[in-house]
Write a protein that binds this ligand. Structure first.
Ligand code: GLU
Length: 420
């Protein structure tokens, strides 16, 4: 067991997951070994002009894990804890995720070690443009397509697209997804990950013969994933009993008024209680609440062997990437908790990224209804495919999703063969 506070290495977690799934896949040994490695990694150290006239050096990463099914795809995050192993793990999860929903992409991820909360808009723009320039040889609509991730957004994507286009000498909208609509972004992309989370939650409830009405949901994270999911859950009749941000969490047994609570969070920077029923709690308390659905929608390694024994949710729908460690998985599985794993639950984002890329390449604009309808169909189909593997092989949903994703990538690799 890890000592309290000891950092969990996400790349080790991701590799362990390959071993677990590998037991059900019957693949040639060399193939599994290949998939445990990333294809290409770039580490850059680059200077950025700060507002006070000083120059600060930042470290950034772009990692492509696998491109056998299509161009590398995955977000860029700005966070103080970003390191190479985290980016490697996130790139690997992108490969499986794209394969689970069967879209023709490989997996990549990028990140810059920085604290965007302490930087001005101008400093974030300078950092983004220089980082884009540094990694530009890896990027391109046919090669590697970034998107938003933790603490990056459509504006950051616009700067990436602009910088890359200046380098090329013409506009290349297809080099990033999650752009502002005005620059070729897809309608429905901003909400896609949160919507996908709720679509898979609906499927999980259907499978367990439960209805959404009155279901108590606790959500860790209130950004692009958690915030959107909270609104969608409420719209479908669920009670969102808790929501958190990086500093605190808010709880109400009667259910929160999601929009009101999020507006207040935007105003004050953290959750502030307003009514008699509302109570401030910690992120840890949120994870351990007695609820029907728990949605970890923040960062990795939140549910570990340490707190897993105290998790009371009946269903976990993973909005974040890698929120649960393999050791925690075993404990949750023994408790009979139904888990919709990250590479399925949060795949709505990359799915609509795919739609955005297709629209850019074809110079088409789809309506929001069309995007939503296609997203729903892909998420429902993927859930069904994973569930079928889980039931037929009698394995947990995470292992089933990995079997589906890794199996598809392995087959593409086998068909292409090893050169020379
Ligand atoms: N960052 C998101 C994820 O982890 C989206 C990636 C994408 O759209 O390329 O799935």
């Amino acid at each position: 067991m890890k000592a309290p506070g000891e950092k969990i290495n996400s790349f080790e977690v991701a590799r362990k997951q390959i071993d677990i799934a590998g037991e059900h896949l019957n693949l040639a040994h060399g193939l599994l070994e290949k998939l445990k490695h990333t294809k290409r990694e770039l580490i850059v150290h680059f200077p950025v002009k700060m507002d006070d006239g000083t120059v600060q050096v930042f470290t950034g990463y772009r990692v492509q894990h696998d491109v056998s099914r299509g161009p590398a795809k995955g977000g860029i995050r700005y966070h103080p804890d970003v390191d190479l192993d985290e980016v490697r793990a996130l790139a690997m999860w992108m490969t499986w995720k794209s394969a689970v929903v069967n879209i023709p992409f490989g997996g990549a991820k990028g990140g810059v070690q920085c604290n965007p909360k302490q930087m001005s808009l101008c400093e974030i723009e300078n950092l983004t443009r220089r980082f884009t320039w540094e990694i530009s040889s890896m990027l391109g609509p046919e090669q590697d397509i970034p998107a938003p991730d933790v603490y990056t957004n459509p504006q950051v994507m616009a700067w990436i697209m602009d910088t890359y286009s200046i380098l090329k000498g013409y506009s290349v909208p297809g080099v990033v997804t999650g752009k502002p609509i005005e620059l070729g972004g897809s309608l429905g992309r901003l909400e896609a990950t949160g919507r996908g989370v709720v679509i898979t939650a609906v499927e999980a409830l259907r499978h367990l013969e439960k209805s959404m009405e009155g279901i108590r949901v606790a959500i860790q994270g209130c950004g692009n994933v958690g915030g959107v999911a909270a609104e969608q859950f409420q719209r479908l009749g669920a009670k969102v009993i808790a929501l958190s941000c990086s500093s605190n969490a808010i709880y109400s047994e009667k259910g929160l008024d999601v929009k009101r609570v999020l507006d207040r969070k935007a105003r004050y920077g953290c959750f502030v209680c307003e009514t008699q029923e509302e109570r401030e709690i910690t992120n840890q308390e949120l994870l351990e609440l007695d609820c029907d659905i728990l949605v970890p929608a923040a960062i990795e390694n939140q549910i570990t062997e340490e707190n897993a024994p105290r998790i009371k949710a009946r269903i976990i729908v993973e909005g974040a990437n890698g929120p649960t460690t393999p050791e925690a998985d075993e404990i949750l599985n023994d408790k009979g908790i139904f888990i919709v794993p990250d590479i399925l639950a949060n795949a709505g984002g990359v799915t609509v990224s795919y739609f955005e890329w297709v629209q850019n390449l074809q110079e088409l604009i789809w309506s929001e209804e069309e995007v939503l309808e296609r997203l729903t169909r892909i998420m429902q189909r993927s859930f069904k495919e994973v569930l079928e593997i889980s039931l037929s092989k009698k394995i947990p949903m995470r292992t089933a999703a990995l079997v589906l994703g890794i199996g598809r990538v392995a087959e593409a690799t086998r068909l292409r063969g090893i050169y020379p």
